[in-house]
Design a protein around this ligand. Structure first.
Ligand code: SF4
Length: 209
Protein backbone atom coordinates (compact mmCIF):
# COMPACT_ATOMS: atom_id res chain seq x y z
CA UNK A 1 0.00 0.00 0.00
CA UNK A 2 1.42 3.43 -0.96
CA UNK A 3 2.12 6.10 1.66
CA UNK A 4 -0.27 9.01 2.15
CA UNK A 5 0.49 12.40 0.58
CA UNK A 6 -0.71 15.71 2.05
CA UNK A 7 -3.60 16.56 -0.26
CA UNK A 8 -6.34 15.02 -2.36
CA UNK A 9 -5.16 17.44 -5.07
CA UNK A 10 -2.52 14.81 -5.97
CA UNK A 11 -5.34 12.45 -7.01
CA UNK A 12 -7.66 14.74 -8.98
CA UNK A 13 -8.47 13.37 -12.45
CA UNK A 14 -7.63 15.33 -15.59
CA UNK A 15 -11.24 15.11 -16.72
CA UNK A 16 -13.61 16.63 -14.17
CA UNK A 17 -17.03 15.05 -13.94
CA UNK A 18 -18.78 13.74 -10.84
CA UNK A 19 -18.28 10.15 -11.93
CA UNK A 20 -14.57 10.76 -12.74
CA UNK A 21 -14.10 12.46 -9.36
CA UNK A 22 -15.87 9.62 -7.59
CA UNK A 23 -13.67 7.06 -9.33
CA UNK A 24 -10.47 8.98 -8.56
CA UNK A 25 -11.48 9.57 -4.93
CA UNK A 26 -11.82 5.82 -4.44
CA UNK A 27 -8.01 5.59 -4.73
CA UNK A 28 -7.24 8.76 -2.74
CA UNK A 29 -4.25 8.64 -0.37
CA UNK A 30 -4.30 12.42 0.31
CA UNK A 31 -4.06 11.87 4.06
CA UNK A 32 -3.73 8.90 6.37
CA UNK A 33 -7.47 8.40 6.96
CA UNK A 34 -7.88 5.88 4.14
CA UNK A 35 -5.70 3.43 6.05
CA UNK A 36 -8.30 2.49 8.69
CA UNK A 37 -11.46 3.02 6.66
CA UNK A 38 -13.31 0.50 4.50
CA UNK A 39 -13.71 2.75 1.49
CA UNK A 40 -14.05 6.32 0.26
CA UNK A 41 -17.56 7.66 0.76
CA UNK A 42 -18.07 10.19 -2.01
CA UNK A 43 -21.04 12.54 -2.33
CA UNK A 44 -24.21 11.47 -4.08
CA UNK A 45 -27.20 13.15 -5.58
CA UNK A 46 -28.19 15.17 -8.59
CA UNK A 47 -25.71 16.87 -10.88
CA UNK A 48 -28.20 19.75 -11.21
CA UNK A 49 -29.01 19.97 -7.48
CA UNK A 50 -29.91 23.44 -6.28
CA UNK A 51 -28.78 22.61 -2.76
CA UNK A 52 -25.64 20.80 -1.61
CA UNK A 53 -25.58 19.53 1.97
CA UNK A 54 -22.17 18.98 3.54
CA UNK A 55 -21.68 16.84 6.63
CA UNK A 56 -18.52 16.12 8.56
CA UNK A 57 -17.38 12.63 7.55
CA UNK A 58 -18.94 9.21 7.00
CA UNK A 59 -19.94 7.28 10.10
CA UNK A 60 -19.74 3.57 10.81
CA UNK A 61 -22.73 2.60 8.63
CA UNK A 62 -21.72 4.95 5.83
CA UNK A 63 -18.20 3.51 5.82
CA UNK A 64 -19.58 0.01 5.32
CA UNK A 65 -22.25 1.01 2.81
CA UNK A 66 -20.06 3.42 0.84
CA UNK A 67 -22.84 6.00 0.83
CA UNK A 68 -23.23 9.28 2.78
CA UNK A 69 -25.90 9.83 5.43
CA UNK A 70 -27.44 6.36 5.48
CA UNK A 71 -27.02 5.81 9.25
CA UNK A 72 -28.98 7.22 12.20
CA UNK A 73 -27.92 10.83 11.51
CA UNK A 74 -28.92 10.39 7.88
CA UNK A 75 -32.36 9.13 8.85
CA UNK A 76 -32.83 12.16 11.11
CA UNK A 77 -31.69 14.43 8.30
CA UNK A 78 -34.20 12.77 5.94
CA UNK A 79 -36.99 13.40 8.42
CA UNK A 80 -36.01 17.03 9.03
CA UNK A 81 -35.61 17.73 5.30
CA UNK A 82 -39.03 16.23 4.60
CA UNK A 83 -40.61 18.36 7.36
CA UNK A 84 -38.95 21.45 5.93
CA UNK A 85 -40.23 20.62 2.44
CA UNK A 86 -36.82 19.79 0.92
CA UNK A 87 -36.66 16.74 -1.33
CA UNK A 88 -33.48 14.79 -0.55
CA UNK A 89 -33.60 13.17 -3.97
CA UNK A 90 -33.34 16.62 -5.56
CA UNK A 91 -30.30 17.58 -3.46
CA UNK A 92 -26.65 16.52 -3.42
CA UNK A 93 -25.26 15.22 -0.14
CA UNK A 94 -21.60 14.90 0.69
CA UNK A 95 -19.06 15.24 3.49
CA UNK A 96 -16.11 17.54 4.13
CA UNK A 97 -13.93 14.47 4.78
CA UNK A 98 -14.51 11.38 2.67
CA UNK A 99 -13.07 8.64 4.88
CA UNK A 100 -14.36 7.48 8.27
CA UNK A 101 -12.06 8.50 11.12
CA UNK A 102 -12.56 6.35 14.18
CA UNK A 103 -11.00 4.84 17.27
CA UNK A 104 -11.73 1.43 18.79
CA UNK A 105 -13.79 1.09 21.95
CA UNK A 106 -14.20 -2.57 22.69
CA UNK A 107 -15.61 -4.07 19.52
CA UNK A 108 -17.10 -0.76 18.39
CA UNK A 109 -15.65 1.86 16.08
CA UNK A 110 -16.23 5.28 17.63
CA UNK A 111 -16.28 8.44 15.54
CA UNK A 112 -13.24 10.67 15.95
CA UNK A 113 -13.36 14.29 14.86
CA UNK A 114 -11.14 15.04 11.85
CA UNK A 115 -8.29 17.47 12.33
CA UNK A 116 -7.95 20.72 10.40
CA UNK A 117 -5.14 19.27 8.26
CA UNK A 118 -7.40 16.36 7.24
CA UNK A 119 -10.25 18.75 6.37
CA UNK A 120 -7.79 20.76 4.28
CA UNK A 121 -6.32 17.66 2.63
CA UNK A 122 -9.77 16.46 1.57
CA UNK A 123 -11.08 19.84 0.42
CA UNK A 124 -10.17 19.47 -3.29
CA UNK A 125 -12.90 16.84 -3.63
CA UNK A 126 -15.47 19.16 -2.07
CA UNK A 127 -14.40 22.19 -4.09
CA UNK A 128 -14.70 20.19 -7.32
CA UNK A 129 -18.10 18.78 -6.37
CA UNK A 130 -19.37 22.32 -5.77
CA UNK A 131 -17.76 23.73 -8.93
CA UNK A 132 -19.43 21.08 -11.07
CA UNK A 133 -22.85 21.31 -9.47
CA UNK A 134 -22.91 25.09 -8.96
CA UNK A 135 -25.77 24.94 -6.46
CA UNK A 136 -27.88 27.89 -5.42
CA UNK A 137 -27.25 27.09 -1.76
CA UNK A 138 -24.57 25.20 0.17
CA UNK A 139 -25.70 23.96 3.59
CA UNK A 140 -23.00 23.21 6.16
CA UNK A 141 -24.13 20.64 8.69
CA UNK A 142 -21.92 21.32 11.69
CA UNK A 143 -18.64 22.99 12.39
CA UNK A 144 -16.38 20.71 10.32
CA UNK A 145 -18.35 21.44 7.16
CA UNK A 146 -18.35 25.15 8.04
CA UNK A 147 -14.58 25.06 8.59
CA UNK A 148 -14.17 23.55 5.12
CA UNK A 149 -16.47 26.18 3.55
CA UNK A 150 -14.92 29.19 5.29
CA UNK A 151 -11.39 27.87 4.96
CA UNK A 152 -10.76 28.57 8.63
CA UNK A 153 -12.00 27.44 12.02
CA UNK A 154 -15.39 28.98 12.84
CA UNK A 155 -17.87 28.76 15.68
CA UNK A 156 -21.32 27.48 14.85
CA UNK A 157 -23.05 30.08 17.01
CA UNK A 158 -21.48 32.94 15.03
CA UNK A 159 -23.03 31.89 11.72
CA UNK A 160 -25.89 29.51 12.40
CA UNK A 161 -29.14 30.36 10.62
CA UNK A 162 -27.65 32.90 8.17
CA UNK A 163 -26.64 32.91 4.53
CA UNK A 164 -23.11 34.15 4.15
CA UNK A 165 -20.55 34.38 1.38
CA UNK A 166 -17.65 31.93 1.65
CA UNK A 167 -14.95 30.82 -0.80
CA UNK A 168 -17.18 27.79 -1.47
CA UNK A 169 -20.45 29.56 -2.26
CA UNK A 170 -22.09 33.00 -2.28
CA UNK A 171 -24.96 31.48 -0.31
CA UNK A 172 -23.49 29.30 2.41
CA UNK A 173 -25.85 28.39 5.21
CA UNK A 174 -24.67 27.02 8.54
CA UNK A 175 -26.66 24.82 10.87
CA UNK A 176 -26.02 21.95 13.24
CA UNK A 177 -25.16 18.36 12.32
CA UNK A 178 -27.97 15.86 12.96
CA UNK A 179 -25.57 13.60 14.88
CA UNK A 180 -25.15 16.42 17.42
CA UNK A 181 -28.90 16.14 18.08
CA UNK A 182 -28.60 12.39 18.58
CA UNK A 183 -25.88 12.90 21.16
CA UNK A 184 -28.01 15.18 23.36
CA UNK A 185 -28.69 13.31 26.60
CA UNK A 186 -32.07 14.80 27.36
CA UNK A 187 -35.20 13.94 25.32
CA UNK A 188 -36.84 17.33 25.87
CA UNK A 189 -33.73 19.18 24.75
CA UNK A 190 -33.42 16.83 21.78
CA UNK A 191 -36.96 17.69 20.67
CA UNK A 192 -36.29 21.40 21.12
CA UNK A 193 -33.08 21.29 19.11
CA UNK A 194 -34.70 19.14 16.45
CA UNK A 195 -37.42 21.81 15.97
CA UNK A 196 -34.69 24.44 15.69
CA UNK A 197 -32.93 22.33 13.06
CA UNK A 198 -36.15 22.00 11.04
CA UNK A 199 -36.66 25.79 11.28
CA UNK A 200 -33.14 26.29 9.89
CA UNK A 201 -33.91 23.96 6.99
CA UNK A 202 -37.13 25.90 6.34
CA UNK A 203 -34.97 28.99 5.78
CA UNK A 204 -33.04 27.01 3.18
CA UNK A 205 -36.29 25.88 1.56
CA UNK A 206 -37.51 29.53 1.44
CA UNK A 207 -34.32 30.58 -0.28
CA UNK A 208 -34.70 27.79 -2.84
CA UNK A 209 -38.30 28.74 -3.45
S1 SF4 B 1 -9.99 11.64 3.91
FE1 SF4 B 1 -10.00 12.71 1.94
S2 SF4 B 1 -7.86 13.36 1.56
FE2 SF4 B 1 -7.85 11.78 3.17
S3 SF4 B 1 -7.51 9.87 2.03
FE3 SF4 B 1 -9.72 10.12 2.31
S4 SF4 B 1 -10.45 11.10 0.43
FE4 SF4 B 1 -8.20 11.40 0.52
Amino acid sequence: MSNPTTSAADFLPAHRSLSALREAASACRGCALYQDATQTVFGEGRRDARAVFIGEQPGDEEDLAGRPFVGPAGRLLDRAMAEAGIDRKAAYITNAVKHFKWEPRGKRRIHKKPQDREIKACKPWLVNEIELIRPQVVVCLGVTAATAAFGKAVRLKDYRGHFVQTPLSDATFVTTHPSALLRLPDEELRQLEYRRFVEDLRLVQSRLA
